[in-house]
Design a protein around this ligand. Sequence first.
Ligand SMILES: Nc1ncnc2c1ncn2[C@@H]1O[C@H](COP(=O)(O)OP(=O)(O)OP(=O)(O)O)[C@@H](O)[C@H]1O
Length: 229
Amino acid sequence: MIDNTPLIKAVNVRKIYRIGQQRIAALDNINLSVAHGEMVAIMGQSGSGKTTLLNCLSGLDTIDEGEIAIANQNLRDLGDNERTKFRARHMGFIFQDFNLLPVLSAVENVELPMLVSRVPARRARKRALEMLDLVGLSQRARHRPAELSGGQRQRVTIARALTNEPTIVWADEPTGNLDSETAQEIIQLLMTLNQTQHQTFVIVTHAQEVGKQADRLITMRDGRIVEQG
Ligand SMILES: Nc1ncnc2c1ncn2[C@@H]1O[C@H](COP(=O)(O)OP(=O)(O)OP(=O)(O)O)[C@@H](O)[C@H]1O
């Protein structure tokens, strides 16, 4: 049977930040659906709510109104611990600043989420090496982050995000700390993973190139989606 349910569904989502008397509607009536295998870019000016949207969709942050369902699971129905487990099982994350552990080698960084999920050590090592191969870094498996270039570090982060075969990978400014040539390589890698592995990506970015190459571009302004091409 064909599964037509969207992988990500957000209905009338609002998120308010309160600082003293001030209320900021960081997300204002967001409605959004993302299908399995889509590559979606979220763009918009600084402060328009992109990171807030990513954090709310991924359950890192809570919402004030509306509903968010991921793979048919309403996030509201999960307690904190359950939400953490749900994230570990279904989601991978890529951030601008890589978030790699400096004392671990590339392969150890990549296998970490698997060891946390209690994958046996030998299997985790094998898969981590396969993932590093997939992102073109097999020759650097024993290097620590400080011994890698920015682009190579981001490849390690991407390999780590994909190890647990996540349903969705969220990326917040994945090329933000990279020069334009390296950024283009990373975008190309994400596109290839989207096409060959059918990996669903939701990417917050300022890079026009990502917006142009994604299946769909969502533009935000003042907490609202103003365009969903
Ligand atoms: N923890 C917080 N407390 C209060 N206000 C916040 C908080 N986080 C974000 N905001 C406000 O919410 C709005 C949306 O912020 P957000 O970080 O989502 O924007 P963004 O589009 O990701 O910006 P940038 O491109 O600069 O990263 C902004 O007005 C911001 O000042």
